[in-house]
Structure formats: structure tokens, C-alpha cells
Design a protein around this ligand. Structure first.
Ligand SMILES: C[S@@+](CC[C@H](N)C(=O)[O-])C[C@H]1O[C@@H](n2cnc3c(N)ncnc32)[C@H](O)[C@@H]1O
Length: 312
């Protein structure tokens, strides 16, 4: 907070400035909006805002050519503001009620104008979107871009976290894992999901008929399997012509300790390593893409690779 205590007190010694602060405590507002609520000319409001800004009472945000104001973080001046606000409320209860009525009208007008809304929100839209809707809808919505009618196998499905995402957008989903304990959890997740089934089996001898699936999904599994040639041969056998295997795994890394602590057989996969595994099984690597790193994640970076089976 700027200025001496006298400066701060003199800022509060003007009724219009106190009314401005009262409003900005509730809502971030532009000069024009304040002028309509206060029924004062814009230059007058601007002049008072300038004084409040210099005194550290308000915080200004620029959005394009517009400026928006709200009450600043007051710190040690917060008790001073509370005393003044409460005293004014007690002395003139009707004055602020009128301001509030007009504020409602100004906000309602603002809400109906989406251009103004987005101009005002600017970079804050991400936070508003998160507050209103969260993040859970993003991936299910994007998965709707998949072509309809796919038969997808989640190989090494573990506890089946992917099954509820795939079920609404695939014609059939088959979760496969070799561990009963994993499949039990996956079964409870899959309960009530249409077109989802679970099968127990190994990657090198998949419980799938030849050409049964369109997409093989293999997430965070391959680094556990020492000999991957038979696994890729199985991928080719179970894929329909034109089908693809989608591999999500770690990029090459140097965490040697993962071998002993988590039984990793491979310290990630380079593009070249994945390409030669695919080629060895008669598949071709269509893409290999490093994925964005979550700053909070402790593990190595991830990639997603897609290998396709030819159409014959
Ligand atoms: C690290 S978990 C990943 C689970 C799941 N895909 C995920 O992303 O959360 C690896 C899973 O692969 C399974 N798995 C490992 N090797 C396997 C193999 N050779 N055949 C079948 N499943 C295997 C394990 O039982 C385990 O459930």
C-alpha cells in the first residue's frame, strides 16, 4: 500500500471515493460502468480513480484498450477500510443500496453482451472456464473426434481407467491384462458400461482373434516386457488391415533405479527403437511425438507413437 496514513485517510475523506471502493470491493468495473452506477461524469470518476490508484487503494487491469479496476489487496490498511465502510453503512444505509441496484443493472447489461464479456475477461477466461466447468469434460469431448464403429483393445489395461473414456465412443472395448488383481478393479470400473469386456491374457499371446480389432492401445506397459518382438508380432496378428497400435510410454531416460524398484526392462524408447520394433513385425511407424510435461510430474517425459498395419 502506498502513501502515509494521512494520504490514505485523505483518500477516504471523499464520499464518492468511498462509494467507488465499496463497488470495487464487490466487482471489477470499467470507468464507464462506475460512472453509470454512480451517476457521475466519467472524467470525475477517472479523477477519483487516479487518486485511489496513487494511494494504493485500487488495482488496475488492462484488457486491450480498456482498463478495469478492483479493490487492491489492502494489507495493513484493511482494518482502516473496514472501519470506514462499516461507519458509512451505519450512517447512510440507503446510499449504497441505490448503488447496488444500479450495479445489478450494469452487470446484467454486461452479461448479455458476450463481446464485452470476453473483452473484459481477456486472459482470465481460462480460470473462469475452470471454475464453471472443471476439466473432466475435455478429453471425453475430444475423443468424439474418433471415427465411429471402432473396436479398441486396451492392452495391459491395469485398473481400467481408460475404459469409461473409450466406452462412449467405441463400438466395442476389450480390456486385457495378465494380473487378476488389476482386472478385478477394472471390472468394477467397467460395471454398467455397454460394449466393454475384460479378458485375462499376456501381450505375447493375446486372447484376441486374428484381425479382431481396429486399434490396439498400449499405455505404460511395454517398458515392462523384456522381449518385445513377439508382442509386436501379436499386434500385427490381431489388427485388422489398416488398423493401428497406439503406444504411450516413456521417452529414453537414465533412471537406472527403475529396473530394481519397479521392474522396468527398458529405460524408455527412442523413436528409432519403436520404429525398428514396428518394422520387424510388418507395421510402419506413422508418428512418434513427445508429450507435454506436467510440471508436477516426477517421472520421465512421455511420448505417443502410432504404428499402422497396411491395408492388405
Ligand atoms: C504400469 S501398469 C499400466 C496400466 C494402464 N495401462 C495405465 O496406463 O494405467 C502396467 C500394466 O500392464 C500389465 N502387464 C505388464 N506386462 C504384461 C504382459 N506381458 N501381458 C499382459 N499385461 C501385462 C500389468 O499387469 C499392469 O496392469
Amino acid at each position: 500500500m502506498n502513501g502515509s496514513v494521512y494520504d490514505r485517510l485523505s483518500c477516504l475523506a471523499e464520499p464518492l471515493r468511498v462509494r467507488i471502493l465499496r463497488l470495487l470491493e464487490r466487482e471489477e468495473l470499467a470507468v464507464g460502468e462506475l460512472s453509470r452506477v454512480l451517476q457521475s461524469p466519467q472524467p470525475t470518476v477517472s479523477r477519483h480513480l487516479k487518486q485511489l490508484d496513487e494511494g494504493g487503494w485500487v488495482q488496475r487491469r488492462r484488457a486491450g484498450t480498456a482498463a478495469y479496476f478492483r479493490l487492491a489487496a489492502l494489507g495493513e490498511a484493511a482494518p482502516l477500510w473496514s472501519v470506514v465502510r462499516d461507519a458509512i453503512d451505519e450512517e447512510e444505509p440507503a446510499a449504497f443500496a441505490d448503488d447496488l441496484r444500479r450495479l445489478d443493472r450494469v452487470l446484467a447489461a454486461r452479461a448479455g453482451d458476450s463481446e464485452a464479456l470476453f473483452r473484459r475477461l481477456g486472459g482470465q477466461w481460462d480460470a473462469v472456464r475452470h471454475d464453471l466447468f472443471g476439466e473432466a469434460f475435455v478429453l471425453p469431448a475430444l475423443l468424439s473426434m474418433l471415427p465411429p464403429g471402432l473396436v479398441v483393445a486396451d492392452l495391459g489395461c491395469g485398473t481400467g481407467g481408460t475404459l469409461p473414456l473409450l466406452a462412449p465412443v467405441a463400438a466395442r472395448v476389450i480390456g486385457i491384462d495378465r494380473e487378476e488383481a488389476m482386472l478385478e478393479v477394472a471390472a468394477s470400473r467397467a460395471e454398467g458400461l455397454a460394449h466393454v469386456e475384460l479378458r485375462r491374457g499376456q501381450l505375447h499371446a493375446l486372447p484376441l482373434a486374428p484381425a479382431e480389432i481396429d486399434v490396439a492401445l498400449c499405455q505404460l506397459v511395454l517398458h515392462h516386457v523384456a522381449d518385445l518382438s513377439p508382442v509386436f508380432a501379436e499386434f500385427r496378428r490381431v489388427l485388422r488391415p489398416g488398423g493401428r497400435v497406439v503406444v504411450l510410454d516413456m521417452v529414453e531416460h537414465d533412471r537406472e533405479d527403475y529396473r530394481s524398484t519397479m521392474g522396468h526392462q527398458h529405460l524408455g524408447f527412442s523413436r528409432g527403437a519403436l520404429e525398428s520394433l514396428a518394422r520387424g513385425a510388418g507395421l510402419s511407424l506413422a508418428s512418434y511425438r513427445a508429450l507435454p510435461v506436467d510440471p508436477a510430474a516426477l517421472g520421465p517425459g512421455l511420448f505417443v507413437g502410432v504404428a499402422t498395419r497396411g491395408t492388405t
